[in-house]
Design a binder for this molecule. Sequence first.
Ligand code: AMP
Length: 188
Amino acid sequence: MNVLLIGPPGSGKGTQGDRLAERLDLEHLAAGDLLRAEVEQETPLGKRVKDMMQRGDLVPDAVIIGLLMPRVLAAADANGYLLDGFPRSVEQAVEARKLAETAGATPDAVIYLDAPRDVLMRRILARAEVEGRSDDNEETVQNRLRVFDDATSPLVDYYRDRGLLHVVNADQDENAVTEEILKALGVS
Ligand code: AMP
């Protein structure tokens, strides 16, 4: 099974991605984690995207597609993927579909983690204290939420139109969210 997790910053994509990947034996591919690893290792790609990530802007489509799609295709060829944080725009979704279609690697289901703005803000600022992510400060978070509204939220209609979308209430405790997702996927 191939699953996409989309949602605004703070909606729990990383946490739910870990849990679902383990429960369903899927490869968890987290776009932000892969990019952060490149920044940490100071690779040419990492150096190119560092400031964009720091501002909360999207990195160029070619960069994220080049980084992720080989892993997506390999995972689909094995037991399937649980992809979080990609695509983040309709343009990325269209490009990824082109690359995945012939390989039979397109998503089977898309989970949209939905939560109110004040809950997202509260969670991110709490996470900042624990994880120390440099893009979890208030100014960058405002930009990330804006980027989500402008670029990413149109994906909700895009996947609804394709009959793939499941909206899940992310404003509940972690276990309840996981159960709701599993139910939406028809596996619990
Ligand atoms: P995340 O950990 O998913 O919140 O992602 C952290 C940052 O990585 C984002 O604010 C973007 O700068 C970048 N990023 C992650 N996924 C993508 C993507 N699909 N397209 C472009 N930039 C991305």
